[in-house]
Ligand binder design. Structure first.
Ligand code: PMP
Ligand code: GLN
Length: 424
């Protein structure tokens, strides 16, 4: 069945003909969701004065035009509900972004949401039925399995290939063969994130081609999370929606959380063909109704002004410097990390320091070095490839990163090779 035909089916399901949720389905799934590791590590870092490279929050503000435009819109009385699909100015600005310019109709194919988190949720709730299987590429952003569970669907995690093994820095490949082996008659969707949190991978043409083959062969929706679309450092980011034959079955989710450094504003979007958008908009109406109008208007103004002024080129250059500084510091401290191709993350192998349960290693790093990272296992269902690996966010000032580097280097000799749980 084509993506559009399925969306029509789902839209009618939303108006009453879908089978009722099974008892013990999504609701019981809610209680087995993992705890908030971001909140835990941020609280621990705050309490102990550690440099927080755990939760990916910029420690700098986005462009000043955002704040003046938002204040202006509030002063001008734009403080009530706006159109549920989003302010038209912002839908147009989102549709004009270079990566997918001219491919989406702002009237019928762009929906503004409360961050990418809501866009992902709305897409899953709109397009999945209970019992559908969803391919998740592990490690993955933790909202994916949560939303799959809340939709009553079934997550099928497939581990990225980790090459080479521990010791020489880490790099990762899309597990094309394993994905093909995991896809079956009940598979309805694959979730792709490029640039990738947490590994920093940016999918290249061969991987995108293999993804397109898989999606066509199994008639899958492709849910693509592109929140880091502006943060690529080598080859430019290519949206899966721009790959031949994928647009009709793809939902693109994005936001300005990191590209304009305002992750607290909760402004994001979902782009999809009109039939899929119709279903997504129904769910969005009942999740948040609309993202805050004054913030939407400010983001519209900033996106247009910034794109014209080369803002994103400068942003990338600054992030490249942040990445290089942190990668150098990690390697110098004996924590090998491969340079990320994109995103705001480095993953480092800590097995030369400790061999322990991943969350214990993260806590021990705070205690021993005064630096917080997150265990890669928090982004995994099974985590065979994640033991000994921590994620560090570099959406931080250069001075913050330099301080993290100094702390790691001075802690290194004292901790090396001492077993966790020993007498330290
Ligand atoms: N997807 C990924 C891969 C993320 O890292 C994040 C956090 N920035 C999100 C989605 C959520 O983004 P938002 O803040 O726009 O909800
Ligand atoms: N996206 C951010 C991260 O990966 C945090 C999101 C959150 O705190 N919910 O760290």
């Amino acid at each position: 069945m084509s993506g559009s035909a399925r969306a029509t089916e789902r839209t009618s399901g939303l108006s009453g003909s879908a089978p009722p949720r099974q008892a013990g389905g999504a609701r019981s799934a809610l209680w087995s969701l993992p705890g908030d590791v971001y909140g835990e590590m941020t609280a621990l870092a705050r309490a102990s004065g550690a440099v927080n490279l755990g939760q990916a929050m910029p420690d700098f503000d986005g462009p000043a035009v955002l704040r003046t435009a938002a204040a202006g819109a509030m002063a001008a009385g734009r403080n009530q509900y706006g159109p549920s699909a989003g302010e038209p100015e912002l839908r147009r600005a989102v549709a004009e972004r270079p990566a997918l310019a001219g491919r989406y109709d702002p009237e019928r194919e762009v929906t503004i949401t409360a961050g990418a988190t809501e866009a992902l949720a709305a897409a899953m709730l709109a397009l999945l039925d209970p019992g559908d299987e969803v391919l998740l590429i592990e490690p993955f952003y933790d909202s994916y399995p949560a939303m799959v569970a809340l939709a009553g669907a079934i997550a099928v995690p497939v581990a990225m290939e980790r090459v080479p093994p521990a010791g020489a820095g880490l790099s990762w490949r899309l597990p094309v063969d394993a994905l093909a082996a995991a896809a079956g008659p009940r598979t309805r969707m694959i979730v792709v994130n490029t640039p990738h949190n947490p590994t920093g991978r940016v999918l290249g043409p061969a991987e995108l081609g293999a993804l397109a083959d898989l999606a066509r062969r199994h008639d899958l929706y492709v849910l693509t999370d592109e929140v880091y679309e502006e943060l690529w450092f080598d080859a430019p980011h290519v949206s899966p929606a721009a790959v031949d034959g994928l647009r009709e079955r793809t939902v693109v989710c994005g936001s300005v959380s990191k590209s304009l450094s305002v992750c607290g504003w909760r402004v994001g979007w979902a782009l999809a063909p009109a039939e899929l958008t119709a279903a997504i908009r129904v769910v969005h109406r009942f999740l948040s109704f609309c993202a805050p109008p004054p913030l939407q208007l400010a983001v519209a103004e900033a996106l247009r002004a910034r794109a014209a002024g080369g803002y994103f080129d400068t942003l990338r250059e600054t992030y490249r410097r942040r990445r290089d500084l942190l990668a150098g510091a990690l390697v110098a401290a004996g924590l090998p990390a491969a340079p990320a191709q994109g995103s705001t993350f480095l993953v480092a192998d800590t097995s030369g320091w400790w061999d322990g349960e991943p969350l214990a290693v993260a806590r021990e790093l705070v205690r021993a070095a005064g630096v917080a990272g997150l265990p890669l296992t928090s982004f995994c269902a099974r985590g065979e490839n994640a033991r000994g690996v921590l994620r560090f966010a570099f959406c931080k000032d250069l001075e913050t990163l330099a301080e993290a580097g100094r702390r790691l280097r001075s802690a290194a000799p004292a901790v090396a090779a001492v077993p966790l749980g020993g007498d330290r």
